[in-house]
Design a protein around this ligand. Structure first.
Ligand code: ADP
Length: 596
């Protein structure tokens, strides 16, 4: 029988079997469990059994009679009374059995899509069917513009291939509480009379602007946004800061890894991700680190960079400016101009690179608890205005000339650093490597050398001497409101592993020269992100020691990367390297010597 075609059971009934249960059973469980209402009465069982018995008995009888006739060369059409009765009984039982069991079976055969398509959709379809049932039980969901229960685009009963409809006929959901006035604005946006970007200022209500824009978008594109929530978000908080023209928000689950024991403190690390196993794996690394007394970290550099590009009429003039900017005698004057942009901005250095007549001025400054891109840009602008007086022939081509370098893989960040440069280390005891990480010190050291060092060198890696630093960096960045695009350089990391204490234990470290994080500004002030920062104890500005919150966050990022590296490398070492050791009979090789 086709389970997918079972009628849905009312929620109340679903719970009736268990008077103590406060909640209805899991929809998935309900879906696959037997539905008592669908059980056959005993009399029907008896009738079915009898008919099946009759069917097979007469079938056997008819086949044996057929064989007799072939042997004796008797004509088939001459039937005796028992044969005629058997034939009628066979026909009658066939009709009954087909009617009872067969119709759906044949229908499903006829309507069945190609087998590979079915296989792909089958599991998803089961779940969607459950979700659709659940949605149907919740009152206004189907008509709401904003439906919190996700609905997928295809009919949960029919195979996806059979239900494709032209876009025009797709029914779009109606918005919640849409007024006549809203309807007018939507029509105006759809007609192109009111620009979508002006809705916030026109309506003076950010949530309403988002709802109107969303509905107008659905109508103009003919595509439903059901599944992308609208409600439950503070649209005022992003106005002019984080996102323009909002129509909803994407939900990303946040998992917790930890406790991460780092510099004698414990952190529960929030990770926003949809990659299965990532949090669990980082958690395992945290456990191994905690069992060995924790990790320690050092922020050895802290400076955001910005590098405008300027052009002169000659390379000589470009070089003159370079000498001027890099002369220690001029630093004080330049820094006082730069620092006037913010009480948190402190100029650290200006390093210049020449390309012919063009000069790239890489400013570096501390930015307190802010990641600092805005702050440094203001300081740089002040200096450029000042320089323009003494170098009137200087043509400022761009405030950012890519020598900074922001959101692009670049050796300058890898070598010179950008944001916070952090090194984090731990010594993992041999028995913890065996019991928690399920591998050996030797296997880890060898894998690290062949994969993270040699393999990455072979690949021509730029800061990519690690197993998956960007996984952890991205997840923490999204959870804590950092700029996820800065994951590019923030994930630069070299992971080192070395056997210590006579080869018994593992020294592991990550060195990350360009972790770009802040605890004020940007997305950090949004409610969810702010809650995650709060969990780490680094929410907002640190008033006593500006900059210490963002530096602490950078160490947590590095510590979590350390945990993630340990765990993934161990999984790889346990899964592949040990097997290959066995295969090539190299399991007794002292790998610790190789690394030293
Ligand atoms: P970013 O420079 O990272 O883009 P913003 O410039 O948007 O960040 O936000 C930083 C703002 O926060 C500045 O206006 C700054 O004056 C203010 N601020 C308050 N406290 C601090 C602090 N402890 N560190 C850095 N900035 C701070």
């Amino acid at each position: 029988m086709d389970l997918r075609r079972r009628p849905s059971k009312p929620a109340a009934a679903a719970d009736s079997g268990n008077p103590n249960s406060k909640h209805p059973p899991s929809p998935l469980k309900y879906y696959v469990d037997e539905d008592p209402s669908l059980k056959l009465p005993p009399s029907l069982y008896f009738v079915n059994a009898s008919v099946i018995f009759v069917f097979f008995t007469v079938l056997y009888y008819l086949l044996s009679r057929w064989r007799e006739k072939i042997r004796s060369s008797s004509p088939f059409h001459v039937l005796s009374a028992p044969e005629l009765a058997a034939l009628l009984a066979f026909a009658a039982s066939s009709v009954y059995l087909l009617g009872f069991f067969g119709v759906e079976f044949f229908q499903s055969l006829l309507l069945r899509p190609p087998s590979d398509l079915w296989a792909d959709d089958c599991e998803e379809e089961r779940v969607v069917s459950v979700v659709a049932e659940e949605c149907a039980r919740k009152a206004p969901c189907g008509q709401a513009l904003d439906c919190e229960t996700p609905k997928l685009d295809f009919d949960p009963v029919k195979p996806a291939a059979l239900k494709a409809k032209p876009v025009e006929t797709e029914k779009l959901d109606e918005p919640i509480g849409q007024t006549e006035e809203d309807e007018e604005v939507i029509a105006s946006v759809v007609a192109g009379k009111t620009p979508s970007y002006s809705l916030e200022s026109k309506l003076g209500d950010c949530r309403r602007a988002a709802a109107v824009r969303r509905e107008a978008l659905q109508r103009t594109t003919g595509k439903s946004l059901v599944g992308l929530p609208l409600e439950g978000f503070d649209y005022e908080s992003i106005l002019g800061q984080c996102c323009e023209m909002p129509v909803g928000y994407v939900q990303i689950p946040v998992g917790i890894a930890g406790p991460l024991v780092l510099d004698d403190r414990e952190y529960s690390v929030p990770m926003a991700t949809t990659e299965g196993c990532l949090v669990a794996s980082t958690n395992r690394g945290c456990k191994a680190i905690a069992m060995c007394g924790g990790a320690s970290s050092v922020v050895f550099r802290d400076g955001m960079t910005r590098a405008p590009v300027v052009r002169f009429s000659s390379a000589k003039r470009a070089a003159e400016l370079k000498f001027y900017l890099e002369s220690p005698a001029n630093f004080e004057a330049l820094s006082s101009i730069f620092n006037s942009s913010s009480r948190f901005a402190q100029l650290q250095s200006i390093k210049c690179a020449i390309a012919g007549k063009n000069l790239y001025l890489r400013f570096s400054c501390s930015t307190g608890d802010a990641m600092g891109m805005n702050m440094i840009s203001k300081g740089v602008q002040n200096v450029m205005d000042f320089l323009q007086n003494d170098y009137p022939d200087m043509d400022v081509i761009g405030i950012s000339g890519n020598f900074c370098s922001d959101k692009k893989p670049a050796a300058v960040n890898w070598i010179e650093g950008r944001g916070k440069s952090v090194v984090c280390e731990a010594v993992i005891k041999g028995d913890v490597v065996r019991k928690v990480l399920k591998t050996s010190v030797e296997a880890l050291v060898e894998l690290n050398m062949l994969k993270n060092l040699t393999g990455s060198a072979m690949a021509g890696a730029l800061g990519g001497f690690n197993a998956h630093a960007s996984n952890i960096v991205s997840a923490i960045y999204i959870a804590t409101g950092q700029d996820p695009a800065q994951n590019v350089e923030s994930s630069h990391c070299i992971t080192m592993m070395e056997a210590v204490n006579d080869g018994k234990d593992l020294h592991v470290s990550v060195t990350m020269p360009s972790i770009e994080v802040g605890t004020v500004g940007g997305g950090t002030q949004l409610a969810s992100q702010s809650a995650c920062l709060n969990l780490l104890g680094v929410k907002g500005a640190n008033r006593e020691a500006p900059g210490s919150n963002s530096r602490l966050l950078a160490t947590v990022v590095a510590g979590s990367v350390l945990a993630g590296e340990l765990s993934l490398m161990s999984a790889l070492a346990a899964g592949q390297l040990v097997k290959s050791h066995m295969k090539y009979n190299r399991s007794n090789k002292d790998v610790s010597k190789v690394s030293s």
